[in-house]
Design a protein around this ligand. Sequence first.
Ligand SMILES: Nc1ncnc2c1ncn2[C@@H]1O[C@H](COP(=O)(O)OP(=O)(O)OP(=O)(O)O)[C@@H](O)[C@H]1O
Ligand SMILES: [Mg+2]
Length: 307
Amino acid sequence: MFRRKRAERQALASVQARGPRVVAVANQKGGVGKSTTAVNLAASLAELGLKVLVIDLDPQGNASTGLGIDPGRRTIGTYQVMSQGTPADSAVMETSVPGVWAIPSTIDLAGAEIELVGQISRENRLARAIEPLVGTYDIVLLDCPPSLGLLTVNALSAAHELIVPIQCEYYALEGLGQLLRNVRLIQQNLNPNLRLTGIVLTMYDARTKLSEQVVAEVRRYFGPRVYDTIIPRTVRLSEAPGFGKPITEYDSSSKGARAYRALAAEFLEREATDLPLPTEEPRSVIAVSAQHDEPGFEEDDEGGEEA
Ligand SMILES: Nc1ncnc2c1ncn2[C@@H]1O[C@H](COP(=O)(O)OP(=O)(O)OP(=O)(O)O)[C@@H](O)[C@H]1O
Ligand SMILES: [Mg+2]
């Protein structure tokens, strides 16, 4: 109880000192844990008393679903805000989590990449649209689609920070060179304030050598930008979106919930450091033999009591 109160005070002090933080969660690789991280980080931050807004920039709408916003209720969303001039505050919806609000995505967003191409200041649409409401929240999380297209560019133009989830699987580093080049281009041309705050290792399976090797490789390449917290692969985390709940609500004492709470604490502590981006191309040195490990779910993660 006391520990919780202290964590809440620290969280509040951290956001008061730094002002609102707009954070893009991006990696053009699909299925690495972007939406899972956006939803569960948001919920863990809200547990500490912070006001969090999640903006769903993926036409798949996984973050909207994970926060309990049924597709039937998604009439106004990110597309209308970016393309139709709908005021962002009128698109904000309550979620299944107290303290977390969301601008959902609708399927129209799938056409936005193409539609925006011919429009003026197409890369800044999101930044401009959300500017009036950013100050209303402590943290704004932008869940990006698995591409480096215009939607992700809009997110990176609007954000102060970038978090990149990396799955503990083979080819983890693949494509990150391209992502970093884009970040550099955006820093130079659109948003000099953008910082790579953190790399989150996701879906770690302690039983495989491969997971361990990926952790070592990612830490070697990204150094201190990698969060100490590693998100384990657990059945509970994959089940939660089906119930429209983040893990903190679905199974509050599970390993996955504890991991995302630890990530939230680290996220609040960490300064938006100005470490230069790595310049050399990421190259995997993981031996192919590691592939023969069978990745799977850990057995001891279900509904466990808090240790
Ligand atoms: N730590 C985890 N343990 C188990 N399953 C997970 C974990 N993290 C994510 N998943 C599951 O893996 C799948 C991909 O995760 P998620 O949707 O978060 O990735 P993504 O990067 O947002 O994907 P996309 O690129 O399609 O947007 C989902 O089914 C999700 O429930
Ligand atoms: Mg996603």
